[in-house]
Design a protein around this ligand. Structure first.
Ligand SMILES: [Zn+2]
Length: 974
């Protein structure tokens, strides 16, 4: 970079980032002091982000509330919610903002040049010139405010972040993570909660809020990042002229300080709430936590990821095994957090007893001592290194843009050393170093130094207590009523007026001339072409093999798919258990820990899952094809080995190992509970859907609430249930793992295909052939409308139904409805006004439609809002510009960039569901050409979903009890 145009910047560093095939540049903006890092390569999915170092000074959640608020309007884009406008109307592939314990990051990504520039412009303006100074309304909406409807009403707190954090503090896992961090760093900003503790949030003042922005949101405290295939000079020039050059360099103390190590470990004990009928027994979380150097040591940074794998995370890893064998906890997890200045390494036992604390520590330390003395299993280390290196080279982050993930990882060093943004991005040398150390005492020395001899440590315990949520609610209620009682008549009336004003502000539509300042693409900018489908029907002997010829960088992605339609209804829940057990139980040739390491030593892993497909041309029949799938990814040369390991898992697992099966059941139960608490919306939707859809019922039986009921019944009555269970697992294996039940999906370069087909043909010879009785299932569905009570502070409120059953037909415009709902009607009513963290809806080709809220303080009110959708749609009338935005937002959801693996998976899915290119093209055109009348016509479809009136709610026990007339049945979830 030598152009005269860039005189505003000082070049600090240029690096060849060969590990990720890119060039890295580090710059400093001379006038303002802004730090800038560039990663240039040919990736079309471009990323921009600006971040600030924001150490929280208390637990009021200031950085988090500010993160939300700056996106609510700025100087050039004064609309109330430019962020939402962009989500609706841009082609972004990522658009969000995130608050971390020491930084706040504003990233955007897009493949479209103009769109990328627009997004960057809105974000730069938002962070430097937000409208938060003009009035306190944004602060009160996003942070906290008093809410009082009328002078005699009940005084409450409301606020988006306030409610979000109430939800986040509801899960014991969330509480534990925070306590671990807080306990280890009492003298630094890590002792504070950057997201906000709901008890502390209402002590934040508007003035402090503004001062925090004045202090930290300055270029001198900023980190700007550009990634991908673009004209970097042009972007840098724009940044300089438009924003950075308007600021003078400033001294800003935002340094993240080092915590002085402890002389001895500290102990913390805290409580979390459980529901009235949950047991306090075996419900304590124990954690053993150590501080591991600093994240500026790139070897240590990765070495402890490897140790986490080898000691704890891999099934059968020695610490996990020792604790399980000692009967401490039903689920043992490792956690290594290297996204902060001083990384932390934790051993966590869930579902343990408080009285086991000493034993917990003793087992961990004696196991580690033994490992140091006898040496750590080299196969486990090799497997751990390969596991991480495979992922580093593959760089498949699912739906997250690659550039975003690199950008976030850069902060692990850049935030603490401004000369080192690329430290962890260039990891090949470190991997090579770590491999060489396997034969030395390197890893044993690390265990001795950082785990055994290290006194900068804590033991944190989170114990269950009944009624804690209700107690806290009562206390808060009392506090607020006392506060109100102390107010004068005028002061009370002012609160009522403020509440009204805020609501009026929220309801007032933004004038069109203000909205129009936010740039929008034209529908004609969007291609009518659909993403290519890669399906080639081949045969491996008699086995159908669908190949997806795609450039994959030498990696083969292989999935074996087995049809489950021959199972009987009573066998279905056991298919879920079989899927859970395979791969983490002994086989004839391998103890399960060895099996796992052997696989990870030479491949990118083997996973199993249950999937479901429907023939979209025969939706009314409600037939579907459930499958058991086992998939692997590996370099081509390792595919035969991967297949041999799949054979080992499917055909030679020891399904009679009582002790191991019981351990897996306990772990499953614990993990399902966690899922219901942290992501209850998907379980609630599935359950509501299962009242009319056999497919959803199948999913619920193998992965939802009905599955949980099966798992806990067997785990809790293991002696009576075990024989039947083991017999079922074997019967199902024999019925399912058969050549005549199998179809294969393979993604890889064309030239890799032939040898794979040959290997599959060989493999298929090993499968079961004996005659089995085939019953076939018919799943009955019945409307149950259940309320599932938990100790959570919030609800997940789902409503579902089938519009095809009720005589309507699918239309592509339903995809637009998702965007309109998510960012207009539901967003306005459930999030902005109702204070829920999120709300979603979906309508698919099977006729299934649903609405669901996420971390929602309401219940009945939310259901009423769903009922209002029809009315809203009948009166749907927006500007052409808004309509264009909705269409673009929809296309942006449909056109997310895909990794090679996703391209293959998508193609296979279309094949299995009988979706043709014509159907996708038709849907795309229906979206692109949709009119407002098309949207109004959707009212009839939505009405049919709502008329089905299938309701399921997971949430706070008292709230559900209060609204019990809504439900046919109310019961405890756990
Ligand atoms: Zn948030």
């Amino acid at each position: 970079m030598d152009s005269k145009k860039l005189q505003a910047y000082e070049l600090i560093q240029e690096r060849d980032l060969s590990g990720i095939k890119a060039k890295g540049t580090l710059l400093r903006h001379k006038k303002s002091g802004a730090r800038i890092a560039l990663i240039e390569n040919d990736d079309d999915n471009k990323v921009f982000s600006i971040a600030f170092r924001t150490p929280p000074e208390d637990s009021t959640g200031l950085p988090h509330i500010l993160e939300h608020s700056v996106l609510c309007g700025s100087k050039e884009f004064p609309a109330k919610d430019p962020f939402v406008e962009l989500v609706k109307g841009s082609l972004n592939t990522f658009l969000n903002a995130m608050t971390y314990p020491d930084k706040t990051v504003y990233p955007i990504a897009s493949c479209n040049d103009q769109d990328f520039q627009n997004l960057m412009h809105v974000y730069m303006d938002a962070v430097f010139y937000p409208n938060i100074y003009e009035s306190d309304k944004t602060f009160r909406q996003e942070g906290w405010s008093y809410e009082l409807e009328d002078p005699d009403g009940e005084l409450k707190y409301n606020g988006v972040v306030y409610n979000e954090m109430k939800g986040a503090f509801s899960s014991p896992d969330g509480v534990l993570d925070r306590m671990i961090l807080n306990s280890l760093f009492p003298d630094t900003s890590y002792s504070n909660e950057s997201g906000g503790d709901p008890d502390a949030i209402p002590s934040l003042t508007y003035e402090d809020f503004l001062n925090f922005h004045r202090k930290y949101y300055h270029p001198s405290n900023s980190y700007i990042y550009l990634y991908g295939d673009m004209d970097m000079e042009e972007k840098l020039q724009w940044l300089d002229e438009k924003y950075l050059s308007r600021f003078e360099k400033a001294e800003i103390d935002s340094e993240i300080r080092l915590q002085k190590p402890f002389n001895e470990p500290v102990e913390w004990k805290r409580y979390y709430s459980i529901a009235a009928n949950e047991s306090e027994e075996m419900n304590t979380y124990l954690s053993y936590n150590k501080v591991i150097g600093t994240s500026l040591d790139e070897k240590l940074y990765l070495a402890f990821s490897i140790l986490d794998y080898a000691l704890l995370s891999a099934p059968g890893a020695p610490l996990k095994k020792a604790l399980t064998d000692a009967g401490i906890g039903h689920d043992i997890l490792g956690s290594y957090d290297n996204g902060i200045y001083q990384p932390t390494f934790s051993v966590i036992a869930k579902n343990a007893e408080e009285s086991q604390k000493e034993e917990f520590v003793r087992v961990i330390e004696s196991t580690l001592e033994k490992i140091v003395k006898e040496g750590i299993d080299p196969d486990a280390l090799t497997a751990g290194i390969n596991y991480h290196e495979f992922r580093y080279r593959e760089a498949d982050f699912g739906s997250y843009p690659k550039g975003l993930m690199y950008g976030l990882q850069m902060f692990d060093s850049w935030l603490y050393d401004e000369e080192s943004p690329f430290l962890h991005i260039e990891a090949l040398d470190t991997f090579a170093f770590l491999k060489e150390q396997i034969s030395t005492s390197y890893y044993e020395d690390l265990i001795q130094k950082y785990l055994l001899d290290n006194t900068h440590a804590s033991i944190v315990m989170i114990c269950p207590k009944k009624g804690l949520t209700a107690e806290a609610d009562q206390k808060l209620h009392q506090k607020l009523q006392d506060y109100k009682a102390g107010l004068s008549r005028e002061e009370v009336e002012k609160l009522v007026q403020d509440t009204k004003d805020l609501r009026a502000y929220q309801e007032e539509p933004t004038p069109p001339e203000i909205l129009e300042k936010i740039p929008v693409l034209k529908v004609s900018d969007i291609s009518e072409d659909i993403a290519p489908i890669y399906n080639e029907e081949q045969k491996a002997g008699d086995v159908p093999c669908i190949c997806h010829p795609i450039d994959t960088n030498g990696i083969g992605y292989l999935t074996l798919i087995f049809d489950l339609r021959t199972l009987s209804e009573k066998e279905i829940p056991y298919a879920g258990l079989l899927q859970a057990v395979l791969g983490i139980i002994d086989t004839e040739h391998y103890e399960y820990g060895k099996l796992f390491n052997e696989i990870n030593r030479r491949t990118g892993g083997i996973e199993t899952s249950l999937e479901m497909y429907t023939d979209v041309t025969k939706v009314k029949e409600k037939e579907f094809r459930p499958t058991f799938e086992i998939k692997t990814k590996a370099m081509y040369g390792q595919l035969p080995f991967a297949l041999s390991m799949m054979e080992e898992i499917l055909m030679r697992s020891v399904l009679t190992d009582e002790k191991r099966i019981k351990e897996i059941l306990d772990m499953l139960k614990s993990r399902l509970q966690m899922k219901f608490l942290s992501a209850g919306h998907s379980s609630a939707v599935l359950r509501a859907m299962s009242y009319s859809s056999p497919l959803a019922r199948f999913k619920d039986m193998t992965n939802g609430i009905e599955y949980y009921e099966t798992v806990s019944r067997i785990a809790d009555h293991f002696e009576e249930e075990k024989d039947r269970l083991m017999e079922m697992l074997q019967t199902i294996s024999r019925k399912v793992f058969r050549k005549d039940r199998m179809i294969v999906s393979y993604t890889g370069e064309p030239e890799s295909k032939e040898p794979v087909l040959q290997e599959i043909e060989k493999f298929s010879g090993c499968l079961h052939t004996e005659e089995v009785e085939e019953s076939g299932f018919q799943l009955a569905c019945a409307k149950k409308n259940e309320g599932f009570q938990t100790s959570s502070k919030v609800q997940y409120v789902a409503m579902a139904g089938n519009f095809i059953d009720a005589g309507a037909e699918y239309h592509g415009a339903l995809q637009i409805l998702k965007v309109i709902m998510g960012y207009e009607y539901l967003w306005q009513n459930i999030r902005v006004k109702g204070g829920a963290y999120g709300c979603m809806s979906s309508f698919n080709k099977l006729g299934e439609g649903y609405f669901v809220s996420y971390r929602d303080p309401h219940l009945k009110n939310t259901l009423e809002i769903y009922q209002g959708v029809t009315e809203y749609l009948r009166n749907f009338d927006v500007s052409d510009r808004d309509m264009t935005k909705f269409i673009i937002g929809t296309i942006s959801n449909m056109d997310q960039p895909m990794t090679p693996a996703t391209k293959g998976d998508r193609s296979m899915n279309l094949y299995m569901n009988h979706v043709t290119e014509e159907m996708i093209r038709k849907e795309r055109l229906e979206v692109l050409r949709a009119t407002q009348q098309d949207i109004r016509n959707l009212a009839d479809i939505v009405e049919k979903v709502l008329q089905a009136d299938q309701i399921c709610v997971i949430g706070n026990e008292d709230k559900i009890e209060q609204e019990k007339e809504i439900f046919t049945e109310v019961k405890a979830l756990f």
